[in-house]
Design a protein around this ligand. Structure first.
Ligand SMILES: [Zn+2]
Length: 455
């Protein structure tokens, strides 16, 4: 009892408040599950705007859509914050493979890796060298790799039950694999997609060239094509025929973060932030990544207004631009917050898919994390139990670096990396109830923190 009492004191909440809070949280849930707009918003964003790579016309259209959606949700103020974003374009791309002893070439579905340089539309033909991991490639003599196409056949670890751990494990093959192969003299790179899927969807995503290497083309292939290529490489010589037009354009493009807020009744100058990212890759609809996080953040504003909840701290929803291939929106937001002397007491991002929420990851001092973990009981009826993971979100990481307590919505992670960065990340893959449950959880947490603060 004494222990419970001391925990209650820590969180600054008497038990009567908790009962009151659970009622308000129930009202939030009822409102969103019965009348929520996030699923309809997602349909419009995915099907009328479409995918929205930074710098593209669709990204510009998404900004207009976002501002209107914030206003319709009832934000006291909604505005655009300028951000200059890189402009990478894909163009046409094709990979054909020829096996020893056969004159037929087999076409394999590919996606060039984001930010990579293509073949300028010319045909690149070269033998394939397979390496199962970085160590295997390092051990090969440079002559064996020179002018060849390196196939990084590193598998996403299916034994890691938390798929984000698998993503962190395999991600370096996408991010720096091209530079590692280029340093050995390779002419191009094919990677096995960073994917839990057992299908043939290639997964794109950001890569980065080290300063001292040639910018060689880099593409991803789906897991079933990779299985086939692996077998062929084991039994004979394989030749790749690659053409791709992708490139980074010289000039950046003026774009925007979209922001909407409800002014705090007691602390108008202290901000509680909720957000997702508005840009996406140029395959699929960018539905789970991260249309879901955007429409859930707008839903927070709408539910507060509809229920007449007056936050003590200012609640601000932010749709960040350019998370995928530059994070410029996150930096621009942080720069502006610093320049304007804004104080952020908490920031949460939803960027892990529109699946059933399981909890919140936390990146903050222990006593603040303890306060949020104390709310765990309140979230149990909604299926949230995991408050132990670390981390916030990419777009709010610049704020966090300046000391702002950060958190991430943690949905069930099992299917995210089947779809992430593929042509299959479409609106139809999002379940309306699961998406709304995520919006409920975010609204409830924002309600608690915008009422009690974070001490
Ligand atoms: Zn994302």
């Amino acid at each position: 009892m004494r222990k419970i009492f001391s925990i209650i004191l820590l969180a600054g909440l008497p038990a009567t408040c908790m009962a009151q809070d659970s009622l308000i949280m129930r009202k939030i849930s009822d409102e969103i599950m019965l009348h929520g707009k996030c699923y309809d918003d997602l349909r419009v964003l995915c099907k009328e705007v479409g995918h929205r790579l930074s710098g593209s016309p669709q990204a510009a259209k998404a900004v207009e859509w976002g501002l209107e959606a914030m206003q319709e949700a009832g934000a006291d103020r909604a505005w655009l914050q300028p951000v200059n974003v890189p402009h990478w374009i894909r163009g046409k791309e094709q990979l054909k493979i020829e096996f020893e002893g056969s004159s037929d070439k087999v076409e394999i579905p590919i996606l060039s890796l984001g930010n990579s340089q293509g073949t300028d539309g010319k045909l690149l033909a070269a033998g394939i060298v397979m390496a199962n991991n970085f160590e295997e490639l390092e051990k090969m003599p440079d002559e064996a790799v020179k002018d060849k196409v390196v196939f990084f056949n590193y598998r996403f670890r299916q034994d890691l039950l938390h798929t984000f751990h698998g993503y962190v494990d395999a991600g370096p093959y996408r991010w720096r694999g091209p530079s590692v192969a280029s340093a050995k003299g390779a002419s191009a790179v094919i990677i096995r997609s960073v994917s839990t899927g057992i299908d043939d969807f290639p997964h794109t995503g950001s890569m980065h060239y080290a300063d001292d290497v040639a910018k060689i083309p880099a593409v991803a292939i789906g897991n079933s094509s990779a299985d086939m290529l692996e077998q062929k490489c084991k039994t004979g010589n394989v030749t790749a025929y690659l053409t791709s037009e992708c490139r980074m354009l010289k000039d950046s493009v003026r774009s925007y973060n979209v922001i909407g807020e409800i002014e705090g009744s007691v602390y108008p100058n202290k901000v509680v932030l909720v957000g997702g990212h508005l840009d996406s890759w140029d395959a699929g609809d960018g539905a789970h990544d991260d249309g879901a996080g955007c429409v859930q953040s707008i839903e927070v504003i709408r539910a507060f207004k509809k229920l007449g909840i007056k936050p003590r701290y200012t609640v601000r929803a932010v749709l960040f631009m350019n998370e995928e291939n530059g994070l410029r929106g996150g930096y621009a937001y942080d720069d502006s917050a610093t320049a304007r002397g804004e104080e952020h007491i908490f920031a949460i991002e939803s960027d892990a898919g529109g699946f059933s929420p399981r909890g919140f990851s936390l990146a903050m001092e222990d006593d603040k994390a303890r306060q949020i973990r104390y709310y765990r009981e309140l979230f149990k009826p909604y299926g949230l139990y995991d408050f132990e993971q670390k981390g916030g979100g990419a777009d709010i990481s610049p704020l966090h670096r300046h000391g702002v307590p950060a958190a991430g919505l943690r949905p069930d992670p099992q299917r995210y990396f089947d779809l992430h960065h593929t042509a299959n990340d479409v609106f139809e893959q999002v379940n309306h109830r699961e998406l709304k449950l995520g919006a409920v959880a975010m609204t409830q947490l924002i309600y608690l923190i915008s009422n009690y603060g974070l001490k």
